[in-house]
Design a protein around this ligand. Structure first.
Ligand code: ZN
Length: 106
């Protein structure tokens, strides 16, 4: 079974981050008033994995934005919208890291 990285949504997932049971995540920001994060399991590629493992949300956000930009995925967004997307990602990763996800093999 092929799994895609939940962080950059491009790389092949090679590890899995699992949120401890009973932890519920939510993010409030300008992009989505309330985004309930999918609890449970977050597959990760080799490039995102060390940033998740080390809880580097700023670097992880920068990496994901870079992958999105290179793919052309963000070409139609204004600078203000890009800032909102970046802020959303950062908030999502911060909430995820607060849950202290544990790395497991896939
Ligand atoms: Zn990735």
């Amino acid at each position: 079974m092929i799994m895609i990285c939940d962080f950059c949504i491009f790389g092949r997932a090679t590890s899995m981050f699992v949120i401890p049971m009973g932890f519920s995540l939510s993010v409030v920001d300008d992009l989505a008033q309330l985004t309930e994060l999918d609890g449970g399991r977050w597959p990760s590629c080799d490039d995102c994995e060390p940033l998740v493992e080390q809880r580097e949300e700023a670097e992880l956000t920068a990496r994901v934005m870079s992958v999105f930009r290179e793919s052309g995925l963000l070409s139609s967004f204004s600078p203000e919208e890009l800032a909102a997307i970046e802020s959303h990602l950062d908030g999502k990763f911060t909430a995820l890291f607060d849950a202290d996800p544990i790395k497991q093999p896939i």
